[in-house]
Ligand binder design. Structure first.
Ligand code: DAK
Length: 258
């Protein structure tokens, strides 16, 4: 499918998905949300790591599109929320690692998009916030859930209740992002991290991601059981044979595509 608001670039197992609506600082309208949903639903088998970023130097994504949301009624508000929530949940549960390269404003739905990714790398110019209650709404693409999960309820409530915007240094301090780079180095660093992941066994990555994602909402015994099951599944893969044989033969492993 051709996209109006997504730019897709592919290289050596890595795909970059760039949200591109420069006139509104990449704000998410329903067409963009549908396009993200479609892209994630149909991601091809050659993609081993996905990088999500925003077009331009100013914004990752400056939120959901306020122009479109302005006149929604209750039912349409629910549908709009579901569109984003569904696409972001599928992104979060993709069986490959997803890195957000946050190049500027990540506000509202933009921060929610970044939080649906596995890892967040930020430009030193990035700014983060959930300004929804100042617009008369709650975060609608799972921000209340994921922000509290990432930074703890206290700080999440402070950000959401006060609409405070924080800079990259503060985001790093509270664990919202993994690392901060100068703007010109951000994509290079995202690619370096992605290449390290591409070099590892795809099915083992998939099982490890599933364990980390699922175990958050499980009892300890269930989480430990899931890890044992997935550990066992690895021994049915060619990648396990190759990984261990390569180690013993003192060479680099060559892993199968996923
Ligand atoms: N929506 C639509 N247009 C936006 C936008 C947005 N979120 N953010 C920026 N723009 C547009 C501006 O209106 C402006 O358009 P023109 O005037 O040029 O036509 C253009 O982008 C450039 O923005 P500024 O002129 O304002 O640029 P500044 O550098 O002065 O300021 C800013 C940059 C990012 C600080 C500022 O634009 C800003 O505060 N933007 C709004 C940020 C925001 O509040 N984002 C959160 C949106 S609410 C739900 C579903 C989803 C959500 C909630 C509920 N359900 C249905 C339950 C999620 C909600 C949100 O994400």
């Amino acid at each position: 499918m051709e996209y109006d608001f997504l730019k897709i670039e592919k290289m050596d197992g890595i795909t970059i998905m760039k949200v591109s609506a420069p006139k509104s600082l990449n704000a998410l309208n329903s067409t963009i949300l549908r396009e993200i949903g479609d892209f994630v639903d149909n991601i091809d088998e050659t993609t081993r790591v996905l990088i999500v970023t925003g077009d331009g130097e100013k914004a990752f994504v400056a939120g959901a599109d306020i122009v479109e949301m302005q006149n929604l009624n209750e039912e349409q508000g629910f549908e709009f929320s579901q569109l984003g929530a569904r696409a972001f949940r599928h992104l979060e549960t993709l069986d490959i690692p997803v890195i957000a390269a946050i190049n500027g404003y990540a506000l509202g739905g933009g921060l929610e998009l970044a939080m649906a990714c596995d890892i967040r790398l930020a430009s030193s110019k990035a700014k983060f916030g959930q300004p929804e209650v100042g617009l008369g709404i709650t975060p609608g693409f799972s921000g209340t859930y994921r922000l509290a999960k990432l930074v703890g309820q206290g700080y999440a409530k402070e950000m959401i209740f006060t609409c405070k915007t924080i800079n990259a240094e503060e985001a790093l301090r509270i664990g919202l992002v993994n690392a901060v780079y100068e703007p010109e180095g951000l994509m290079t660093q995202a690619l370096v991290m992605a290449q390290k992941m591409v070099a590892n066994a795809p099915l083992a990555l998939k099982y490890a991601k599933e364990c980390i994602n699922e175990s958050y909402d499980m009892y300890a015994d269930d989480a430990i059981e899931l890890e044992s099951k997935n550990f066992g599944h690895c021994f049915a893969t060619q990648d396990q044979k190759e990984g261990m044989t390569a180690f013993l033969e003192k060479r680099k492993p060559i892993f199968n595509a996923r």
